[in-house]
Design a protein around this ligand. Structure first.
Ligand code: CP
Ligand code: NVA
Length: 303
């Protein structure tokens, strides 16, 4: 009997360029209501959360139900993981019960361990290093505004070289679009991920947000202090002065430019109220698109 290889979505490069485009196409079809299959019928997704979530939790649970399956919310505080049960043990046990695991946690290595010791697909719902499902939603939003071919789009990232920035680099690595990143000294993205992307796409790094935004089609930012960095909020607020996306800054982007933010947003810090609520903002479409891309990812991996 041939055994199917288990696929995972721990990072964007786990999918080939064509698989990423196919997944985005499937997500768009799901959004248009053209896909009525129930590939998760009789299947269960375990959703492990070691950090807070609104969008990820709700969109994965709703998406699983819409595909005919059942989702289990597991706070890491309530399961034995929180009392020190090793990831490799949990991976083998959960694999006997469920058909896929979505996890939001701190250490990317925990996802690698889950994938290594478990026998079901693992999906990254955010780690300190990466947030690939969010970038898939952002890519779908970009396609909705500029068409399916992403290669000619210029994307600006302004802010922390965090999990979002690293995943943008991974997307540029696979899809080849121009990516400009503006971040202060000390807030660099992951060095290996940056170098890998530089080999495949035009990656521009700068300390000057204005340089990144001028002529960009997509302007994207995120909170200055991510989950787990709350103690650094005051220092970061000082270090990120000048990194707020304003209406004036958006005027220097292309005429067609859109603003994206993964949310939750801190109005008046990384973005003004006027930009977030303004005509260029696509943040609500972007949040909705989490649902569609994650359904496409689950159908691909667990269907
Ligand atoms: N953007 C995002 O991942 O939101 P949540 O933290 O609410 O899941
Ligand atoms: N960079 C943020 C993203 C939240 C969706 C964080 O990790 O908290």
């Amino acid at each position: 009997m041939s055994q199917r290889t288990v696929r995972h979505f721990l990072q964007i490069p786990d999918f080939s360029r064509q698989e990423l485009l196919d997944t985005l196409d499937l997500a768009a079809r799901m959004k248009r209501g053209e896909y009525t299959e129930k590939p998760l019928a009789g299947k269960t997704l375990a959703m492990i959360f070691a950090k807070s979530s609104t969008r990820t939790r709700v969109s994965f649970e709703v998406g699983t139900v819409q595909l005919g399956g059942h989702a289990l919310f597991l706070s890491s505080r309530d399961i034995q993981l929180g009392r020190g049960e090793p990831i490799r043990d949990m991976a083998r046990v959960l694999s006997r019960y469920v058909d896929g695991i979505m996890i939001r946690t701190f250490d990317q290595q925990d996802l690698v361990d889950l994938a290594t010791y478990g026998s079901v697909p693992i999906i990254n719902g955010l780690t300190d290093l990466l947030h690939p499902c969010q970038i898939m939603a952002d890519l779908l939003t970009i396609q909705e505004n500029f068409g399916a071919d992403l290669s000619g789009v210029k994307v600006a990232w302004v802010g922390d070289g965090n999990n979002m920035a690293n995943s943008w680099l991974n997307a540029a690595y696979r899809l080849g679009f121009e990516l400009r990143l503006a971040y202060p000294a000390g807030y660099e993205p992951d060095a290996a991920i940056l170098e890998r992307a530089r080999g495949a796409a035009n990656i521009i790094t700068t300390r000057d947000p204005a340089e990144a935004v001028a002529g960009a089609d997509v302007v994207n930012t995120d909170v200055w202090a991510s989950m787990g960095q709350e103690d650094e909020s005051a220092k970061r607020a000082a270090d990120f002065q000048g990194y707020c996306i304003t209406e004036e800054m958006m005027e220097t982007a292309t005429d067609r430019a859109v603003f994206l933010h993964c949310l939750p947003a801190h109005r008046g810090e990384e973005v003004t109220e006027g930009v977030l609520e303004g005509p260029r903002s696509r943040v609500w479409d972007e949040a909705e698109n989490r649902l569609h891309v994650q359904k496409a990812i689950m159908a691909t991996l667990m269907g």
